[in-house]
Design a protein around this ligand. Sequence first.
Ligand code: C5P
Length: 239
Amino acid sequence: MTGIFCAIDAANMQDAQDMVRKLSKVDIGIKIGLELFVAEGPFCVERLRELKGDTPVFLDLKLHDIPNTVAGSIRAAVRCRADFITIHTSGGAAMMRAAIEAAQDAAAQLNCPLPALLGVTVLTHMDDGDLESVGQQKPSGDQVLRLAQLADMSGLQGVICSPLEIASLRKNLSPRMKLVVPGIRPEGSAAGDQKRTLTPQAASDLGADYLVIGRPITQSADPAKAAQDILDSLARKAA
Ligand code: C5P
């Protein structure tokens, strides 16, 4: 069944811990993003993992720099013992390969688990007009496919894409590639800044491995219930 990561986009450790405690009994992973990582430092990853118990942790650093710098950052990030770490595919094949080698080296040297590296394609708040404004003439679906194929050839374990690209990526990427999908909005919830969205059920039916869901869970009156309702709806579909 499709798994869920809840994006804990909190400004400080206190707010992050409060949210993770509310979600402690729900069978979902947690995603730690740049906001909390920059505010609180790498220690927040281990602390939140302990609080949530045995749960997958996704460190969404979205690294994008020259290969040497990304490799060094990945080497340091491996110490956080996250299960997934993100880098930008638009940094190119050499950058992605340097990240993979650095992760393997660091995991072996530090005796840490090897994280799966995932490639961010086109961010889900961007539509074709936004892409054109940064010099990309192609429709977002074509650009996502191009970047995802580069990630596949470079050896990443998966990519981040919007729900609108799942079908095309499933058809065109190696079966080993994990599809991790933000831009998820349950029926009736506010899109906010996201533009390329679908419901959890639709994204799951299309073949997402994991959904990344933030505000529809964290900003609801009862985050545990909101997350459990989504899990239940996915389980009903799978049954
Ligand atoms: O609150 P919301 O459900 O929009 O949160 C989505 C999460 O997924 C955010 O933490 C955002 O940083 C992340 N994300 C995204 N689009 C990508 C990659 C990651 O929205 N392409």
